[in-house]
Design a protein around this ligand. Sequence first.
Ligand code: GAP
Length: 454
Amino acid sequence: MADKVTLEKVVALCKRRGFIFQSSEIYGGLASTYDYGHYGVLLKNNVKAEWWRAVVQERDDMVALDAAILMHPRTWEASGHLEGFTDPLVQCLGECKKRWREDDLRTEQLGDEHAEGEIRCPECGGELSEPRQFNLMFETLMGPSEETGMKVYLRPETAQGIFVNFKNVLQSARKVPPFGIAQVGKAFRNEITPGNFIFRTREFEQMEIEFFVPPAEAPEWHQRWMEERMRWYTELGIRESRLQLRKHGPDELSHYSSATSDIEYEFPMGFSELEGIANRGDFDLKQHAEFSGEKLEYVDSGSGDRYVPHVIEPSAGADRATLAFMVDAYDEEEVEGRERVLLRLHPRLAPVKVAVLPLVNKDGQPEKAREIYEEVRGRMPAEFDNGGSIGKRYRRQDEIGTPWGVTVDHQTMEDDTVTLRDRDSLEQSRIAIAELGAELERRLAEPWMTPKVE
Ligand code: GAP
């Protein structure tokens, strides 16, 4: 059975159910920027919480950081971003005057980003300008006046906030390499060609780790982190058949990297990067040491040995991961002659874990359902809904990915039992209200695998 998901269907569901909206929509929207609505916030928060859980809470060798978005401008000189964080930009000289990435057009039109030969504007067929290197960093001024303000940048990656805090963390956290610093936060890039919904935007969130290791151990840790990060996606329900690890060729490597592999997910537009896992060597610490004059190294208190740790960097996008989880979860099926659209999200990622619904809006059922809802919401995110037909209410819960539904009916009023419906199998079982909370917690803690076919 072929996958029925398309990006258009996911975008439509996101709008319909209040996951994600176009930013500033009433003004016609701002290109490639998005706002998260209620369920989108809950889902993305769960993605980030699962990341924190896996990389910090369940490890002894990681500490957390939340660095400022605005950093000293010297940071970007040292990191190489001021000089080298550029994409080759060409502009249409024909009718449409649109701007494009030259390397993308060469790949699309000539099969390779370095291929020689003529490329034309894909929109109107016009001639293109000579390429110029376009820096992707957003600039702004810090200070009360344009004349005296200092030019600062919105960070294009969270990573540099970690490197400049290496010494602070080393001194305060009592860690010895191998250890890592983890951070989640916004990053900004003035992308020439953003697109594919929240896949590539100009403002996005990253979930980054800089893992500091003794130099000789770098290749081994690189390998371990690739495996670890692949496991994170599959444990949270992404089908293994839709993931691949792709090693960068020498001409693809960033200026700081000696080896990078991307975890790619098969989005509707094809396999695309979800997360990069780079071996950054000692590039960053050495650069910041040189530009700041501070020693950024590890000194063994026993032997007195000193070295600049090498860095393994698993760098993921929170928005991209959220999109991958939604795409992988999207499903349609026919049930009793009616189409059902649903998100088969891992229960730990689902924005709402359980919906409590009275079958009818009378005979004490809404009051009883509310009572149950108030008990379970202390244990997990829950929703009470008594508006509309039961079928419609279930369709709504299916579309937001709620794994369990509890229905209060006439029998509940007699024997204090409810039906518990499973989103994926549609199985209904009868359970005593007194056992409901514990049963839901048991189900939430269980491993889960998507029933979606390959
Ligand atoms: N510190 C390394 C770094 O920033 P990157 O490959 O440029 O590496 C890491 O970015 C991750 O951030 C990507 O794998 C992707 O998930 C996310 N990301 C990068 N640019 C993005 C954009 N314009 N929109 C959404 N996510 C983006």
